[in-house]
Design a protein around this ligand. Structure first.
Ligand SMILES: Nc1ncnc2c1ncn2[C@@H]1O[C@H](COP(=O)(O)OP(=O)(O)OP(=O)(O)O)[C@@H](O)[C@H]1O
Ligand SMILES: O=c1[nH]c(=O)c2[nH+]cn([C@@H]3O[C@H](COP(=O)(O)O)[C@@H](O)[C@H]3O)c2[nH]1
Ligand SMILES: NC(=O)CC[C@H](N)C(=O)O
Ligand SMILES: [Mg+2]
Length: 542
């Protein structure tokens, strides 16, 4: 894990913009836009104390947020931010925060909600204050989402942009590099928002736009080598999904066979999955991989279990049990070889959204379901050794990981694959997982996904699978009565998997899919298509 004082951490090697998060739904998009401009950016909660920061950002962005600055208990930024001497840009709540810190009377509840498009008129003042909107002409379209507003210009500031409803849609300090906008430049619906963010980060903050994936690979490899040293061994759970495969490839480049990838076939994988994982990782990518067949253990433990959270818990625990055993075996086996050394690190494919989730300034969220992988392992101790976490992807977003995968020469099919959950088919069967039901779901899924690929629409869909309803329905085939399971097809589009919409298949294609599944998979009498969005549905069935 990159820690603040780690010399190899990206914020110590690239000019970095710090985004302080006030809990907006779109805070992470500010980072995305900056990184797309090749400007490296990191996020911390708005309550972060600057004194705790061991690196100096080139500039600071204060994000939007759901609270109102004037309410008691609302979040406020460490006032030291304004003393740091680096440029500051406030967005929506962030802009209101700048005004409020100057004088709490400056912000009040608005009279009209302003959600959606607004035309922003840019107001030139012939000073350095014009730099934020430089090159953007006289007007721009912007997306607004606010109720509160600035009612007075904070002392020392000038107006640099207006809308019909917001007299202070853009403000800038007359002498200091402090700016605020009421609209959201990070949203796609603000078409020239990236140019504004470029003006801020590159021209105003002076950040070098040199964040590059190839540099990232080299630096990460150096960092891993230093951290691990030349004796220790690393183990990593590898599912065959894009995150763990990319992380495993990076580890292999860094320390070769001292990295041990372990793939567990939990009996709940897709058709031929574990076999393909072995082929791809071992043969094509040269990763030192062990495949463990845990089918019997998993399915025995799942016998008779119907409650979704209980199923998830059993699967998660069984992963950990098998993984621990494997770690001990690896250490023993290496004892008298040149690779001898303690297994002291555990590789995880954590991505930045997971990090943000744990950092971001949001209220507690209800547990809808426990996402179980082998994540409990780092807490485990064995014979006194404790695994330390290694998370080479923790600064990256999914599409950056896909990019990294391409650079590491991982095949496009794998790089673009639908995500597949750790508990696999186990959370796609409503109720008890029996070998018969798993096989039916697996066959149906294979037909469904193959037909999606043949139709050339794989890349239009974010995730798809066939699940199984354990209730049975009556059907008739060749004049005989059948009493079989109901297959539930699910296909969604989403950008972040937090919300999703059902994919709109051509009806003829859906019918053809249903026909093939009923005809070719024994034990199925009907096929349905799940039309639920998320929310209120979730992507997986359980
Ligand atoms: N069958 C498995 N064997 C070993 N490790 C697994 C298995 N299934 C899941 N894991 C572990 O759980 C982690 C989280 O799974 P997750 O599905 O989020 O990521 P992924 O499989 O690497 O990528 P993707 O999101 O593309 O599926 C994996 O990175 C891997 O470390
Ligand atoms: O690695 C994982 N372990 C899990 O236990 C798990 N449960 C859901 N998912 C994936 O998360 C995304 C959102 O799924 P839900 O809408 O069902 O919560 C979807 O992409 C799901 O496939 C999991 N991934
Ligand atoms: N999007 C935002 O940052 C909103 C800020 C504040 N909650 C408002 O309604 O004005
Ligand atoms: Mg996966």
């Amino acid at each position: 894990m990159a820690t603040d004082n780690d010399a190899e951490a990206p914020h110590n090697n690239f000019d970095t913009i710090l985004v302080l998060d006030f809990g907006s739904q779109t805070s992470h998009l500010i980072l995305r836009r900056l990184r797309a401009l090749s400007v490296y950016a990191e996020m911390l909660p708005c309550t972060a104390k600057l004194a705790d920061l061991t690196w100096k950002p080139k500039g600071i962005v204060l994000s939007g947020g759901p609270s109102s600055v004037y309410d008691e208990g609302s979040p406020h930024v460490d006032p030291a931010v304004f003393e740091l001497g680096v440029p500051i840009l406030g967005i929506c709540y962030g802009c209101q925060e700048i005004a409020w810190q100057s004088n709490s009377e400056n912000v009040a509840r608005g009279t009209a909600r302003e959600y959606g498009h607004a035309d922003v008129t840019i107001h030139k003042v012939d000073s350095h204050a014009d730099r934020l909107f430089a090159g953007l002409g006289e007007t721009m379209h912007a997306y607004m989402s606010h109720f509160d507003k600035l009612v007075r210009l904070p002392e020392g500031f000038v107006v640099v942009a207006k809308t019909a409803n917001s007299e202070f849609a853009g403000i800038a300090h007359q002498t200091k590099p402090i700016f605020g906008v009421q609209f959201h430049p990070e949203l796609e619906h603000t078409p020239r928002g990236s140019e504004l963010l470029r003006n801020f980060s590159v021209d105003i903050c002076g950040a070098q736009p040199n964040w590059k994936m190839s540099d990232f690979i080299e630096q990460e490899i150096t960092r891993i080598r230093k951290l691990v040293g030349d004796k220790a061994q690393v183990i990593g759970a590898v599912s065959g999904g894009v995150d763990s495969t990319v992380a495993a490839k990076l580890m292999t480049e860094a320390i070769g066979d001292r990295f041990h990838a372990v793939h567990i076939d939990n009996g709940l994988m897709r058709l031929n999955e574990s076999k393909k994982v072995k082929e791809t990782l071992k043969e094509h990518l040269g990763i030192n991989l062990t495949v463990i067949d845990g089918t019997e253990l998993f399915l025995n433990r799942l016998k008779g279990v119907t409650e979704p959270e209980k199923k998830r818990k059993i699967i998660g625990e069984t992963f950990i049990d098998l993984f621990e055993k494997e770690a001990i075996r690896i250490e023993k086996e290496a004892e008298n070889t040149p690779n001898a050394g303690k297994v002291s690190w555990f590789l995880q494919g954590t991505l930045y959204p997971d990090v943000i989730e744990s950092l971001s300034f949001k209220g507690p969220s209800a547990t809808i379901k426990t996402h179980h992988n082998v994540g409990g392992l780092p807490k485990a101790t064995h014979d006194g050794w404790r695994l330390r976490l290694l998370e080479p992807l923790r600064e990256l977003f999914k599409d950056e990981v896909r990019n990294l995968g391409r650079r590491l020469k991982i095949h496009e099919d794998l790089v673009n694959r639908f995500p597949f959950p750790g508990p696999g088919i186990g959370v796609r069967i409503l109720g008890e997982c029996t070998p018969e039901r798993i096989e039916i779901a697996r066959q149906a899924d294979h037909i469904f996904i193959s037909m999606i690929k043949e139709a050339g629409i794989y890349n239009e869909i974010s995730q798809a699978y066939a699940g199984l309803d354990t209730s049975k329905a009556v059907g008739v085939m060749g004049d005989t009565r059948v009493y079989g399971y109901i297959i539930i097809l699910r296909a969604v589009t989403t950008s972040d998997f937090m919300s999703a919409e059902p994919y709109e298949f051509p009806f003829a294609l859906l019918k053809a899919m249903a026909r093939r599944i009923v005809n070719e998979v024994d034990g199925v009498s009907r096929v349905t298509y799940d039309l639920s969005s998320k929310p209120p549905g979730t992507i997986e069935l359980e």
